[in-house]
Design a protein around this ligand. Sequence first.
Ligand code: SF4
Length: 776
Amino acid sequence: MTAAAPAPEAAPEPAVYTVAVRELCEFTAKHGDLDLRFTPSPSAQEGVAGHGTVVARRGAVYQAEVSLSGDYQGRLRVRGRADGLDPSAPRLEEIKTHKGPLERQNPAQRTLHWAQALVYGWLYCQQAGLSELELALVYFEVGSQQETVFTRRLSAAELQAHFDTQCARFLAWAEQQLAHRQTRDAALTALRFPFADFRTGQRPLAEAVYRGAQAGLCLLAQAPTGIGKTLGTLFPLLKAGPAQALDKVFFLAAKTSGRQLALHALDQLAPRQALPLRVLELVARDKACEYPDRACHGESCPLAQGFYDRLPAARQDALTGPAPQAHGPWRLDQAQVRTVALRHQVCPYYLSQELARWVDLVVGDYNYYFDASALLWGLSQANHWRVALLVDEAHNLVERARHMYSAELLPEALAQARRGSTAQRFAPVKKALAQLRRQWLALDKAQPLAYAVYPQVPDKLLKALQQCSQTLGTHQAEHPTEFDPALRQFYFDVLQACRLAESLDTHSLFDASQPSPPEPGRSRLCLRNLVPAPFLAPRWAGAHSSTLFSATLQPPHYHAQLLGLPEAHRTLEVESPFEAAQLQVHTARHLSTRYADRAASLAPLVALMAAQYQAQPGNYLAFFSSYDYLQQVAELMAQTHPELPCWSQSRRMQEAEQQAFLARFSDASQGIGFAVLGGAFAEGIDLPGRRLIGAFVATLGLPQVNPVNEQIRQRLQVLFGAGYDYTYLYPGLQKVVQAAGRVIRGPGDQGVVHLMDDRFARPEVRQWLPRWWALD
Ligand code: SF4
């Protein structure tokens, strides 16, 4: 019996790279200067409405949003949705909305639009078997509702030649991306945890993140300081990446320190060899700009001039040139991006935004994913990326997101804008601003109270705002180089207010705060977001998985409801690695720090702090609810205990002063640093061992009771049935726990925390303090 000859092995299918039409054309057909002279663009709603208007004007056979795709040499798949098609003509349309005169359009922009239309043209010809096709670029002006149409008739052969040229230009890059991805995924699959073992608490966190990524879930993880949360979330997510076919991981941080911790943790992943993982740090424009006094266009900034001509070489250099470092990931941090950018004479800030398309992991601020016009969110949507999110220090996200979706209009800003529009050619602007001022005055005159909330933006005021937005936009389009900075800023404020007014609902309110004494026309108007959930929910839904982590996420339902986490989200509370014996927690039941009791509290506070210091000399932090209170206690301490070294936080401390404050906490020093709760020294600082042995917390951290907070309380009571807790108690205790958390930073630390207010003895307060604390 002879063995059957083995069947020949089938050759593996070559990998196909998929690219969106827009992405392909931006890569191959963008040339010339970077030009970000502000030209007013339609809002998202205006854009959608404009497309709808054009489509409604076409005949019954007209089709909108036609999905098309096609392959090039079996190695590249190009796909996208053409805006409109009239199969009876046949004619394929690319619709673009704009504001202001079309003549102002950058010619490079038109070239790019034609490139897209031609690619769609070939995809349709191929699909429908046509020999020629009419293409139209339809520019729709949202103000006048006028269309300007440019047409071209091209043969299928011409369209194919164009398609082939674009694809050929992109193919080498696509194949390099594919090869990189295979190498990356193989390396991540083989990746081992870089230490002999996980720290206590780190393993359950890592396992939960891994399972969350596998199941495509959102995880809200409270994990104490000191267990290595950054590495404990990055490592499992990267390990899960290849099996989940993740395109990108976004590590989103509230502060610079969080970004740096992430970059450090990524370096630790491969301390002895190179890791083929491209990591990009995104920083704010003012931190990356080389010419802060210039504007972002070729006539002003040399790094904007010819930006797109030099971009391909800079991109290639950044991603495939000399390795940024011998070990660890391919780290494109701020310094490295700057080095490459200057080597090629392109803007570092905009180079980093381009690189975001081609890297594996981005480390950046929350804004880059959660903001209304967030870069990473926009790219993820346009390119159908499968992304996973890590949200660092997530207890900050409620406040940060509220800010992203609020708009404030200040009377001083309007006055400045009016001063910047006195010249004759500003006549329409002047008129629109004057009308806005009249409506503002009318609102104030009709408002008997210092503070009032309105069910919606009053009709006449809204119309005046919309008129302002339109007039300022038109003026900007007509005079792009001579716009006054104050006028421009006011224009942005008005735009943001108009956009938010369109979506005003129970998640936000519109209020007006009068100065004291009231003065018509001097109120501050605010579209104030209270519940960012409706704005953030699509962001969670758009990610394959998300992990929000922090040491203070109590109670989880507060964060889940305000942040709009998916119903199916999971929660995790990681046990603290610290023992109760490491931290003595004392509650001063004889003290009240309520506003009415402040004067009486000074002497007992000072006595308690001095007694603790004398019993156990060392470094302490003392936290207060305000600078005034801090000052009063510090003065009494200096009078009664001049021998006790003390130093205080002051308002608006510069970075160097903050460093000097922290430098006083050394292994050899002794004394008390006075700080405000919720300030720069109440979270995100690390003073291990003898550098900090105790903290005094002279406040419950409750936000001030004022008309705005009372409105928030009422609204949150209606929405969630927990107005007081959601407005005052939980945000306050979060700050207390963060501040007290400065004391124990490692397994060898010992310390003491004094909670100096009788309310800390209440069960409804104690239930939200860390479980591992042994409360007296
Ligand atoms: S260097 Fe500054 S001014 Fe120049 S393009 Fe970049 S961000 Fe704009």
